[in-house]
Design a protein around this ligand. Structure first.
Ligand code: TRP
Length: 385
């Protein structure tokens, strides 16, 4: 029997709870999720705190994962994710994801797992040498479970997640071709512009990363942001104010390009109409770094202020935040268990749900018994003759 698949538009994405989220996460994905939520184009939206995945390389430090579940939840809610419109849930609380993972593991080869470029570079960074946790190597398979459990059609994520989506779709096609059309393939939705794709660190290094200590966090205070911005790297060749400066690859300008709006100029720097005019002046010479940095700090704080205000409210109601996660996880379980049922039917491991099938099995055994008896009777008769 062909199962009917949903043709809904479903968005799902997630983050590992290994630290607070920073402004790189914000421009790279969080802001987009909130926009998508407000546009209302999706029938269903899911955002997952991937604690199970975080444990694949933090088995020795579950406390870190546990503590960051609430941090990430606070970051989500304060950035504007609305639990009425977006189901926010915790991966470990949806056991159906483990069931799907187990079935999918049979459809993937070890060598395919070892070829995943994102996993490869993570393995290199983590220096596991001969002690790679099997769960870590297999996390793209569990990620395929996360995605397919919800019939996800769109996964907003960074470029580094492309290999995961590719591997997910391979599993989908393998499953569907072996067991019939059951799982829904998905597409990645990449960040819209260059600055959003990869925000450099405050030290100018290619990536904002907790381990490099070059992050501005969504939960940083205005004072912390001011301090971090004032000590940011800029253009090393721009020594005197009158020197012509470079804006390309200059982290202060990269941040501005990701955050600044024309209204910020009207509010804080009215001598310029827009970003292009500011850039042109810097490149020409005569515009000091301190002026630009002060402006950037104002722009960032302007953006972060409403986020901070919401965070404070949620921080005063931590039990309420856990309740949001609990309710979201219950909703996620309900949806994922429908997919598990479909998968079990496709695999034929739905032993107890089909009465007719059980009766058919009984008839087959009855026939076997009749045949056996007939054979015995026949042999007895032969002997007698
Ligand atoms: N791998 C993602 C990260 O490292 C987290 C994640 C887990 C995820 N499952 C997902 C992202 C499903 C998108 C879809 O941040």
């Amino acid at each position: 029997m062909e199962e009917q698949k949903t043709q809904k538009k479903v968005m799902l994405t997630g983050d590992r709870p290994t630290g607070r989220l920073h402004i790189g996460h914000y421009v790279g994905s969080l802001r987009r999720r909130v926009e998508l939520q407000e546009q209302g184009d999706f029938d269903e939206m899911y955002v997952m705190i991937a604690d199970t995945q975080a444990l694949t390389d933090n088995a020795g430090n579950p406390q870190k994962v546990r503590d960051n579940v609430i941090e990430v939840a606070l970051d989500y809610l304060s950035a504007g994710l609305d639990p009425k419109k977006t189901t926010i849930f915790v991966q470990s609380q949806v056991p159906q994801l483990f069931e799907l993972t187990c079935y999918y593991l049979d459809l993937v080869t070890l060598s395919r797992l070892e070829r995943n470029p994102t996993v490869k570079s993570e393995l290199q960074m983590r220096n596991f040498e001969d002690s790679i946790p099997a769960g870590f190597l297999c996390y793209p398979v569990s990620q395929a479970a996360d995605i397919t459990a919800f019939d996800t059609t769109i996964v907003p994520a960074g470029e580094d997640q492309s290999p995961m989506i590719e591997q997910c779709n391979e599993i989908v096609h393998k499953f569907n071709s072996l067991y019939g059309d059951t799982l829904t393939p998905c597409k990645i939705l990449l960040p819209e512009n260059e600055a959003a794709r990869r925000l450099p660190g405050t030290d100018g290094k290619a990536k904002m990363s907790k381990s490099l200590g070059n992050c501005i966090y969504l939960s940083d205070s205005a004072e912390e942001v001011n301090k971090k911005v004032m000590s940011m790297f800029t253009d090393q060749t721009h020594l005197k104010v009158e020197d012509p400066g470079h804006t390309e690859g200059n982290p202060v300008f990269v941040y501005l390009s990701a955050f600044v709006k024309d209204e910020h100029f009207a509010k804080y720097l009215p001598q310029y109409k827009n970003f292009d005019e500011l850039k042109a002046h810097y490149e020409r010479g005569g515009l000091g770094d301190v002026t630009v940095k002060k402006f950037l700090a104002q722009v960032l704080n302007d953006t972060l202020d409403p986020i901070r205000a919401r965070r404070k409210e949620y921080e005063n109601n931590i039990a309420g935040v856990y309740q949001i996660l609990e309710e979201g996880s219950a909703k996620a379980r309900a949806k994922a268990s429908e997919t598990v049922k479909r998968v079990e039917r496709a695999l034929g491991v739905n032993y107890f749900e089909n009465r007719k099938f059980i009766e058919k099995q009984q008839k087959a055994f009855n026939k076997k018994h009749r045949d056996d008896e007939a054979r015995v009777a026949y042999l007895a008769k032969q002997k007698k003759n």
